[in-house]
Design a protein around this ligand. Structure first.
Ligand code: SIN
Ligand code: FE2
Length: 223
């Protein structure tokens, strides 16, 4: 399958398991294959706790369409998309309360993964939770709503596999196509901090821990 935004030959096909353990995607961007797997149970429990106080919701794009992913947030700041645009909020607009605290296991995993990828001292103040049902996707975009450009993005995948697109500084740049599995972590920063990325529609399936979903946790330092 070819994403309409991504022209050019795929740069990364399926990698051998030993190559996936730590694979440099581009300067500043790393795949840590299976890195979160041993923590997956605790991470899933953390997701369930967050969702108990800030339930999944489908946000609106600034253009007025519902996003195909369901989202929530934890930590001091939560990412919000609606008719007013994209921004970070200190409270959950659905409840008027502060976002749930970041579970300790989320924090320690994100900090350790950033360090492993060459970004010591990462101190995320926002964690966006994305839930993909089969068919849900995330079109090519850049994470550019954060004030701190020095900190990387740490992205943790749980549940159903998906194909991650990782492109360049321009939308038309060719994309790496990385299969992401349960427990994979991708970290990007430095020269790739504002690179385009996205997720192709998630194929149907069943995961023993997560069921018929892919869940992605994205950690950021916003302020
Ligand atoms: C994102 O770009 O915010 C999420 C990426 C992913 O779901 O892997
Ligand atoms: Fe993103």
């Amino acid at each position: 399958m070819r994403n309409r935004h991504c022209r050019g030959a795929p740069l990364t096909a399926e990698l051998f398991p030993e190559t996936r353990r730590c694979h440099r995607i581009a300067a500043g961007a790393v795949l840590l294959g299976g890195w979160a797997q041993s923590q997956a149970l605790a991470l899933k429990a953390g997701v369930d706790a967050v969702i108990a106080s800030a339930p999944w919701r489908h946000m609106q794009t600034p253009g007025g369409r519902a996003m195909s992913t369901a989202n929530s947030n934890c930590g001091p700041l939560g990412w919000q998309s609606d008719a007013l645009g994209y921004r970070y909020l200190r409270t959950d607009p659905e409840s008027g309360r502060a976002w749930p605290a970041m579970p300790a296991v989320f924090w320690s995993l994100a900090v350790a993964a950033a360090e492993e990828a060459g970004y010591p001292g990462f101190a995320p103040d926002a964690c966006l939770l994305n839930r993909y049902a089969p068919g849900a996707r995330l079109s090519l975009h850049r994470d550019q709503d954060e004030r701190d450009a020095a900190a990387p993005i740490v992205s943790v995948s749980l549940g159903l596999p998906a194909t991650f697109l990782f492109g360049g500084a321009r939308r038309e740049d060719p994309c790496h196509r990385l299969p992401l599995y349960h427990g994979d972590v991708v970290v990007w920063g430095g020269p790739t901090r504002f690179h385009y990325h996205g997720v192709l529609p998630v194929p149907d399936g069943h995961h023993p821990l997560v069921g018929r979903f892919r869940i992605n946790l994205t950690f950021r330092k916003v302020r």
